[in-house]
Ligand binder design. Structure first.
Ligand code: CO
Length: 137
């Protein structure tokens, strides 16, 4: 497997209105996509920046992964997402080489991408998200 590029950086935010003021009003980024991902209990906002996106993550449930991150570590960079060509093959290869996955199967990410998280115990503390983007039409 070879990762293609950084797709996005996930940032956990506790105060979405204040974070929007920072990224939009002060830093001048343009919001291009907003989506609630129910099974993760998050609202996500995307800001493209030089070919990489910033993904702001606000928790909409008290017990989802972002709520847990905020409780244990506070706001900040939560995950690094890299694009792969074939996520099924990538997961199979990592597992075969003894790397633990949080997601054993790909699940649906934003904009019909397919995603899977690798366990941070096997990635030197970085929560790594694999992303397979949908085919361009
Ligand atoms: Co992400």
């Amino acid at each position: 497997m070879r990762v293609k590029r950084i797709d996005h950086l996930g940032v956990a935010v506790a105060d979405l209105a204040a974070a929007k003021r920072l990224y939009e009003d002060l830093l001048g980024l343009k919001l291009t996509h907003e989506e609630v991902v129910q099974d993760q209990g998050v609202r996500t906002l995307f800001y493209p920046l030089a070919g990489v996106k910033l993904e702001l993550l606000e928790s909409i449930t008290p017990d989802g992964p972002i709520a847990k991150h905020l409780a244990s570590r506070g706001p900040g960079i939560q995950h690094l997402a890299v694009e792969v060509e074939d996520i099924d093959a990538a997961i199979a290869e990592l597992k075969a080489k003894g790397v633990r996955m949080i997601d054993q199967e790909p699940r649906r990410g934003v904009e019909n991408s397919r995603i899977a998280f690798v366990h941070p115990k096997d990635t030197h503390g970085v929560l790594l998200e694999l992303v397979e983007l949908p085919p361009k039409v």
